[in-house]
Design a protein around this ligand. Structure first.
Ligand code: CO
Length: 647
């Protein structure tokens, strides 16, 4: 059974119960309407962003139900004719534009409408059709055109233009997997503001791969027969409660949010302890991500997708289906976003929330008496899935009863493919089917974690385990210990993982002590991770400088919201974390933001074709001295067929 979030209402301001509630559809329309009526917008403008301008922290903290709720929208407008970008804020309370400024030399992200128009533009180009004919392709409507950001390489004819690189694939019919037949060697550079083909780069004909790569049910001849039904039922309903966007579950308190750029956002995360909600994080979201590819030839060196900053991963979020995407007793939140035309549109069921049994929480058998105590673990899952071109990314936040928070990314969808001459063994990729090359690549995600561990004054420590050298204090040479070093400024807090040292990072609050007299803390536990392989001189290393370090720490500063800066599309580089941190500000006992970079290394396998089974990567935040003792002794024993799980 699914429960649905309250339907969006028609009048602005109604149904808004908290300052962090995302804009309603009505508010989105109203913000666009106010801007249109009070500013002379050009004839051809696109609304890139219409989102809630989140109020200042103090305003949010001091809010109590019944107080007036300030509502302000932040907008980004692309004027395609003037080739100019503008930022606006609109007060919905006062019905007026409160700021309006031109932002020179930037490109907003590529919008969904541009993908659609770009495909039609390329298909209609006579030069493109001529290039297809050289490859024996006569019907341009069968071509799928994926628009990739052009990046930044300093080419004279590209300078200052809003561009996409169109990469093309041939379908045999509307349901065919076109990624099986890349039109190799053909790259179309499109001016998105003029919506015209700027240039066609033809690197020569490579034969189309011979085989289809279809995975849809209609193409599968025989399904395995031995799967019995597996049903998840919660006869008394789920254990969480929802009020608007506020969620309570097993001592956890949090708020759900959503933006077109970041997708799922979590606010105000806290854990109830002895009658008090103790803050852990003020805000948590993906800040940006990038997928650098390792093939140097043709135009492939330009393949690096910033899926949040260049394409707006939130706006590409799936509408989820009960029993397919999510199993069990599900609560869905809708996402209300804007189109390029400044209209509102809703992604129904954009965020899925449910509980999962997660095996054993803790257990001990007293072997002398045979007495067993065991508890079952449960977790709350808040998730969303986005489709960015060929790839799917699922972002799953897990909350555990013992205070652990986990982020798990699920990577699936279709690998990016290229054609290769028959008989050639690719160096920078893997042959996944005859004539089909999947280039080596990496996926780097950066999560912005605005920490508030029991309040705003926090300090980060790096903990490494050190082997004591043999000597008078270590006569048997067995000694080792954990050593914590404070990271007091931004540059000293730029760190990489080191699993051989058992390295982790603790966000600690020096002014709040646990019962043992030690400062309370939460540790960031890295999982699988990797560093980029692109050389430091590569364009992508300048444009995605955040990849070079796994940990970054900054003092909370309004406006510092993305690892790649506000406008990574075609940006020459240096923005975001490298720029934020260049003055080496203090991050000692301050309101700080942790930025964690997570690299997933992808050497494609034949098993990734024609569709990749889910791969997982992630990290956890775990209480460390945050509680005085094991916080889950009060989880009751489960019932079983002979009574309770303890005896
Ligand atoms: Co991959």
């Amino acid at each position: 059974m699914a429960i649905h979030a309250e339907k969006d209402t028609t009048s602005a301001g109604a149904n808004v119960a908290h300052p962090l509630a995302p804009l309603t559809s009505a508010e989105i329309m109203e913000a666009a309407g106010i801007l249109r009526s009070q500013r002379q917008l050009g004839a051809r403008v696109r609304f890139e962003t219409i989102v809630l301008k989140e109020p200042e922290k103090a305003q949010v903290r001091n809010f109590s139900p019944g107080n007036p709720i300030p509502r302000e929208a932040f907008l980004v407008i692309l004027d395609c004719e003037a080739e100019a970008t503008f930022e606006a804020t609109v007060s919905l309370d006062e019905g007026k534009v409160t700021s309006w400024k031109h932002v020179p030399g930037v490109q907003p992200r590529i919008m969904f409408e541009e993908f659609v128009e770009c495909e039609a533009t390329v298909q209609a180009s006579p030069e493109f059709q001529a290039a297809l004919e050289k490859r024996g392709i006569t019907d341009p409507d069968l071509i799928m055109v994926d628009s990739w950001s052009a990046g930044y390489y300093g080419f004279a004819d590209e300078e200052g233009r809003r561009l996409a690189i169109a990469r093309c694939f041939l379908r045999t019919g509307p349901n065919d997997n076109g990624y099986a037949r890349p039109v190799e060697g053909l790259s179309v550079v499109v001016d998105l503001n003029k919506m015209e083909v700027l240039r066609i780069d033809d690197y020569g004909v490579v034969p189309l791969p011979p085989n289809p790569g279809n995975y849809a049910a209609e193409f599968v001849k025989e399904f395995r027969q031995d799967l019995k039904p597996l049903e998840i039922t919660q006869p008394e309903g789920p254990s969480f409660t929802v009020d608007g966007y506020a969620v309570k579950w097993q001592k956890w308190h949090l708020r759900v949010g959503f933006t077109p750029r970041e997708g799922l956002v979590l606010h105000d995360i806290g854990y109830e302890d002895q009658g008090r909600v103790r803050p852990v994080m003020y805000r948590a979201a993906l800040s940006d991500m990038v997928v650098p590819y390792g093939e140097p030839g043709k135009d492939h060196y330009r393949k690096n997708a910033f899926d949040a900053g260049e394409y707006g991963i939130g706006s590409l979020t799936n509408s989820l289906t009960l029993g397919c995407d999510c199993l069990g007793e599900i609560y869905y939140f809708d996402a209300h976003l804007n189109t390029g035309g400044g209209e509102a549109f809703t992604i129904p069921n954009a965020v899925c929330m449910h509980e999962e049994d997660y095996g054993i929480l803790w257990k001990h058998t007293d072997w002398r008496t045979g007495h067993v105590e065991v508890r079952r673990s449960r977790r709350l899952v808040v998730s969303s899935v986005a489709t960015v071109g060929n790839y799917e990314y699922g972002f799953f936040w897990y909350f555990y009863q013992d205070g652990t928070i986990q982020m798990e990314i699920k990577l699936t969808g279709i690998i990016n493919t290229a054609g290769i001459e028959d008989g050639e063994i690719p160096k920078y990729g893997t042959l996944v089917a005859p004539g089909l090359n999947a280039h080596i690549h990496q996926h780097f995600f950066n999560f912005r974690l605005d920490m508030d561990v029991d309040g705003e004054g926090n300090t980060v420590y790096e903990v490494n385990t050190v082997a004591e050298p043999p000597g008078p204090d270590n006569p048997h040479a067995n000694a080792f210990y954990a050593e914590a070093t404070p990271l007091k400024s931004e540059l000293s807090a730029q760190r990489v993982v080191d699993p051989m040292k058992g390295r982790y990072w603790v966000v600690s609050n020096p002014s709040v002590k646990n019962a043992l007299g030690r400062p309370v803390g939460y540790k960031l536990m890295p999982g699988e991770n990797v560093l980029p392989f692109a050389d430091p001189t590569a364009s992508i290393m300048r444009r995605a400088g955040f990849m070079a370090k796994h940990l970054w720490v900054t003092p909370y500063t309004p406006g510092e919201t993305s690892a790649t800066g506000p406008y990574p599309n075609q940006h020459p580089g240096g923005a975001g974390l490298p720029e934020y941190t260049k003055n080496d500000r203090s991050v000692d006992n301050t309101d700080l933001v942790l930025w964690y970079t997570l690299g997933y290394h992808h050497v494609p396998r034949p098993e990734d074709w024609p569709i990749s089974p889910v791969s997982y990567c992630g990290f956890s935040l775990k209480p460390v001295g945050f509680f005085d003792t094991n916080p889950v002794l009060d989880v009751p024993p489960s019932a079983h067929h002979n009574g309770a799980c303890h005896a």
